[in-house]
Write a protein that binds this ligand. Structure first.
Ligand code: GLU
Length: 377
């Protein structure tokens, strides 16, 4: 859909997910030429001012041959062992391909809880933001060797969507072995290609059919689930074939693809999520100066905090309340309750002296803050 290619061209922050079949030949070797082309696409995106995060599969596919594992379905521990071998080769491939364009690759291995559990979520996001600010290209995969079945994503489609949401990306590209979504399995009678999905409805979910297993673990079902997560977090998403060289350039020049329209933008989606979170775990009582600063869109610093109440952990939602008891904002707190109480009313530069550790300068960072203006009940 030509109209939406602009979302890719003008993305401020882009997540690109690469399936194993794109990166790895059937004989278990890396498709270096293809990777070089994608690295050039990434360098061009960066030159346009787009920050790029890569979510790359391929560790298991690269590792299994090197470890002499048989063809066919692997047991969980065999996949995990294969990933341990393949991830090194994968990281090395990315490092070389990106270095050819003067770009620094950063390996980030995530598990499900890193994007689900609040405290780890804040840490992962801060690290990724730091990497992006320094101009590095994060190359993310699931931490396959340690993830057990209960804490696994199992597929990188959903991992990429969670990363896209966590990082407030404006666009997510899934490079896949299919070129998009069809009304019925591609090739079957009457199967029509869908160029644009405005909403991930039940009909769309049923078009995805049954999960397919090939080299990767995704199939269309996880791609549709990824679309639901990413578009709900304010990113537009596109599924396109990654088989040809220079796949991002191809999308930009109108190659066949299915686009999913974003609901709102990442900033509003994130604020909606914070504002709509359940009962706050604590209250942060602030002085008038801090209340005024928050109204102007600033972060909440410890200096403006009079006291804290409730038992909360870093990453929990707290209500920010004036001394008169009026709730003015909600946000994700950067400190546990005990630490927050210790640094309340103090300068950020005193934090290390008071707690013996360096943490965040803010009590609640402005990206994690939403003004609510409700009366406290
Ligand atoms: N994390 C797996 C790997 O790198 C791939 C999972 C997937 O393709 O969805 O091999």
């Amino acid at each position: 859909m030509a109209a939406l290619t602009g979302n890719l061209a003008s993305a401020t922050r882009l997540v690109v997910k690469i399936g194993s079949a794109m990166l790895v030949n059937p004989d278990g070797s890396l498709r270096e030429g293809w990777l070089e082309g994608l690295a050039l696409d990434i360098a061009e995106a960066r030159a346009r001012g787009t920050q790029v995060i890569v979510v790359s599969s391929g560790a298991i596919a690269l590792g299994r041959r090197r470890l002499g594992l048989p063809k066919g379905k692997l047991k969980l521990e065999q996949s995990q062992a294969a990933a341990a071998v393949g991830q090194i080769a994968l990281a090395q491939g990315w490092q070389q391909a990106l270095a050819a364009h003067g770009l620094v690759a950063a390996q980030v291995l995530l598990t499900l809880t890193d994007t689900e559990e609040r405290r780890r979520y804040l840490n992962a996001r801060a690290t990724l933001n730091t990497l992006l600010d320094r101009g590095a290209v994060p190359v993310i995969n699931e931490n396959d060797t340690v993830a057990t079945s209960e804490i696994r994503y199992g597929d990188n489609d959903r991992l990429a969507a969670r990363v896209s949401s966590m990082m407030s990306a404006s666009c997510l590209v899934l490079l896949s072995d299919v070129d998009g979504l069809y009304t019925a399995p591609p090739g079957s009678p009457g199967a029509e290609f869908i160029e644009l999905v405005e909403e991930v409805t039940g009909d769309i979910v049923s078009m995805a059919g049954a999960p397919v297993s090939g080299m990767g673990s995704g199939g269309m079902v996880t791609k549709i689930e990824a679309a639901r997560i990413a578009t709900g977090a304010g990113a537009s998403m596109v599924i396109t074939s990654g088989h040809e060289d220079r796949p991002l350039s191809r999308v930009l020049s109108g190659a066949r693809a299915t686009w999913f329209i974003a609901h709102g933008n990442p900033a509003t989606a994130r604020k909606r999520w914070i504002a709509g979170s359940l009962e706050p775990a604590g209250h942060i009582i602030v002085d008038d100066g801090a209340a005024g600063a928050l109204m102007k869109g600033r972060s909440l610093l410890p200096a403006g905090v009079k006291r804290v109440s409730g038992s909360f952990s870093r990453g929990d939602t707290v209500a920010i309340v004036t001394e008169a008891g009026v709730e003015i904002a909600r946000g994700l707190i950067a400190w546990d309750a005990a630490d927050a109480a210790t640094i309340a009313g103090r300068k950020s530069s005193d934090i290390e002296k008071l707690l013996g550790l360096t943490g965040r300068d803010e009590m609640v960072h402005r990206d994690d803050l939403v003004m609510t203006g409700k009366e406290r009940t």
